[in-house]
Design a protein around this ligand. Structure first.
Ligand code: SF4
Length: 312
């Protein structure tokens, strides 16, 4: 008689085996999803890891552009996204037709430029780009752009401004932003710092300059995990990024205490798009083999740009 699977976690584990699937999860997923994942990481880590998996199916617990990137880098694999509506406000802020028109206008005006695009963008936008960056490799890629051409940075103006500061390169900044990182309250951060003297503030570079200015460390999620690891004694960290990152930091570095920096309108700063994925949807997509990311014509050009930027 087959064992009765009472826990949804057991169902997911059994289905992964049965369907020859691997589960990839971004740090911004709920802890219960990260706990079940085979690989957890930031966009750069997951994109690279996706090219090495041997299973025939990848269940991508993240948002649409991430699952799309996994498919582009793995055309032969079946890539599932538990909720096809898991979008991204930042990716939405750069529609491909608008970018195309803007690039045309710059060319007509005689501007020589390369388009450096944050991975949080659609495949159509990636296909219009020269380089794709993540918060983990952006500085390195920007240094590969020749000095005699301008940089059009798409779509996050805050990350672009930060990169412009650290690399000394002037940039034309697209006017996009992440709805989660944009709403941290600098006033509340200062109050928190006062309440917790000796605390260390760590911020994601998608945060606006007024938050970065009051931070001890600015870096992507993978860099945050490493940075916190350099503290030998128990420390309070104020964390200015998506709130689920705290789950990760706490599980990797249990001796420290982590506090979310509050937002202007809410205290949690959880991404509603990431939050669309639930354990039930993970189980159902494994059961049904859907929703699936299917190959689109713009993926061919996006693949060239992604491989050049992330894998070489
Ligand atoms: S946290 Fe921001 S950038 Fe990340 S998926 Fe959500 S809306 Fe997009």
């Amino acid at each position: 008689m087959p064992a009765i699977l009472t826990d949804i976690r057991d169902e997911i584990r059994a289905l992964k085996q049965e369907k020859d699937a691997v589960l990839l999860a971004h740090y911004y997923q709920e802890g219960e999803i990260q706990e079940l994942a085979d690989i957890v990481g930031d966009s750069l880590h997951l994109s690279r890891a996706a090219t090495k998996v041997t299973a025939s199916t990848i269940v991508f617990c993240g948002v649409h552009f991430m699952a799309e990137t996994a498919k582009i880098l793995n055309p032969a694999k079946k890539v599932l996204l538990p909720d096809m509506l898991a979008g991204c406000s930042l990716a939405d802020s750069a529609p491909a037709d608008k970018l195309n028109r803007y690039q045309e206008m710059l060319r007509i005006n005689g501007r020589r430029f390369q388009t450096v695009t944050y991975i949080n963008s659609t495949a159509s936008v990636k296909a219009l780009s020269d380089w794709i960056v993540t918060s983990g490799n952006a500085e390195q890629i920007i240094r590969r752009v020749p000095d005699d051409v301008e940089i059009l940075f798409v779509p996050d103006r805050h990350l672009g401004q930060y990169l412009s500061e650290v690399t000394g390169r002037k940039m034309i900044l697209w006017d996009g932003a992440c709805m989660v990182h944009e709403i941290f309250s600098v006033g509340d951060l200062l109050v928190q710092k006062k309440k917790l003297p000796g605390s260390i503030t760590i911020a994601h570079p998608e945060c606006p300059a007024n938050i970065r200015e009051h931070s001890d460390f600015v870096g992507g999620t993978e860099a945050m995990v490493k940075y916190v690891g350099t503290f030998a004694t128990p420390t309070d960290f104020l964390v200015a990024t998506e709130a689920n990152m705290i789950w990760r930091l706490q599980s990797v570095h249990p001796k420290h205490r982590f506090h979310p920096v509050p937002g202007i309108s809410c205290a949690c700063n959880k991404c509603p798009h990431m939050g669309r994925n639930t354990l039930e949807k993970v189980r159902d997509c494994l059961l049904n083999g859907a929703p699936e990311i299917t190959w689109q014509p713009e993926f061919d050009r996006a693949k060239e740009v992604l491989e050049r930027s992330l894998l070489r």
